[in-house]
Design a binder for this molecule. Structure first.
Ligand code: SF4
Ligand code: SF4
Ligand code: SF4
Length: 339
């Protein structure tokens, strides 16, 4: 299934210490252009497409904007599923009503422990944002909105207990830990992963812990393979991202801005032409051969399948791989002993 992540705006109501967006670019994609993109997506003829609305902060575009988005989608043949990634600093009732009515899944960015959130995720006034976020978290929970948390880990001091306390306090449906792009050390190490794995197996925790559950599923005969957290197959194939200037990249938003992965622009070409282009095909081929080279001689190649393209470009690749090998081998051995 095709998934398209769209950075609708670079504007944000937070100023996080690790933010990587280009603050010089204050633009947002106009409703005219987003409706044009939606029509182009329909024209490529997929039955189902998932769109992930990202920013900056997408809620700042307001209920009227998203109402136009959903009504454009609902007139077309393609079945659209929508997700939104929000910092939850502000979620006006009219927008929340609309998102619930349209079945939009919300991914909420909250850093763990909350004391770190308050330090790293600042309002434009310079105050911490945790009070507002927790208030809005309770508001969406009262409306039975599933709670899918994405937490940026910016230093290696995070302990499994910090994550477990959060899980037990807020009962999220899922939690994903993303390493801070700017971190100079490995912040999600194999000890953290193994401790969370041990917690998951020894408790009645029903929260999907991405760093653990993806690993466990690798050991099932029909489970996923690979360290792309979005797809188990070759990630470039069915995952695209679009920035506020209409540039289209393969893969998720991690690669926005990297010209090696730029395949076209939605304002100057239509999506079908871009996906039929030699540039798109040669970028996919290049990635496939990089992936094949990466797995050669690696002890966990069958599970990892070449990892995440973004990690593979990182100067920390060797460290990332050694932590990954350790995590996979520790969990695989323990899992086999238990079964
Ligand atoms: S919420 Fe996201 S876009 Fe906004 S400042 Fe924080 S990291 Fe940047
Ligand atoms: S070398 Fe690293 S990225 Fe490549 S398959 Fe092995 S662990 Fe994965
Ligand atoms: S950049 Fe990494 S996480 Fe993102 S889709 Fe590609 S492989 Fe997956």
């Amino acid at each position: 299934m095709l998934t398209i992540i769209v950075k609708l705006t670079n504007e944000c109501n937070l100023s996080c210490s690790y933010c990587y967006r280009d603050t010089n670019d204050k633009g947002a994609i106009s409703i005219v252009n987003i409706v044009r993109l939606i029509k182009q997506i329909d024209e490529i003829g997929k039955d189902e497409v998932t769109m992930i609305w990202h920013g900056g902060e997408p809620t700042m575009l307001g209920a009227d904007y998203f109402s136009s988005v959903f009504s454009a989608q609902n007139k077309l043949k393609t079945k659209f599923t929508n997700k939104m990634q929000t910092n939850l600093v502000s979620i006006p009732n009219r927008l929340l009503d609309l998102l619930i009515q349209e079945g939009v899944d919300l991914g909420i960015s909250i850093d763990i422990p909350l004391i770190k959130h308050d330090k790293n995720r600042l309002l434009l006034s310079g105050e911490g944002s945790v009070g507002r976020v927790v208030k809005n978290l309770n508001k969406i929970r009262e409306r039975n909105v599933p709670l899918c948390v994405v937490s940026v880990v910016s230093d290696k001091d995070i302990a499994a207990d910090d994550v477990i306390d959060f899980i037990e306090g807020f009962c999220p449906d899922s939690i994903s830990l993303n390493a801070d792009f700017n971190a100079t050390e490995i912040v999600i190490n194999s000890n953290l992963v193994f401790d969370l794995y041990s917690y998951k197996l020894s408790s009645d925790c029903s929260t999907y812990i991405r760093e653990v559950d993806t690993l466990i599923s690798m050991f099932s005969p029909v489970g996923r393979k690979g360290f792309c957290h979005y797809q188990s197959d070759f990630c470039g194939k069915d995952y695209l991202s679009v920035d506020v200037n209409g540039n289209i990249y393969i893969c998720c938003d991690k690669l926005i801005g990297d010209t090696d992965f730029l395949i076209g622009n939605m304002f100057s070409d239509d999506l079908k032409t871009i996906l039929d282009s030699d540039r798109y095909k040669s970028t996919l081929q290049k990635l496939q051969s990089q992936r094949a080279k990466c797995t050669e001689g690696c002890s966990i190649s069958k599970s990892c399948n070449g990892g995440c393209i973004c990690d593979n470009k990182s100067i920390k690749k060797n460290e990332i791989c050694s932590q990954r090998v350790e995590s996979v081998e520790r969990i695989r051995n323990d899992f086999l002993e238990r079964s």
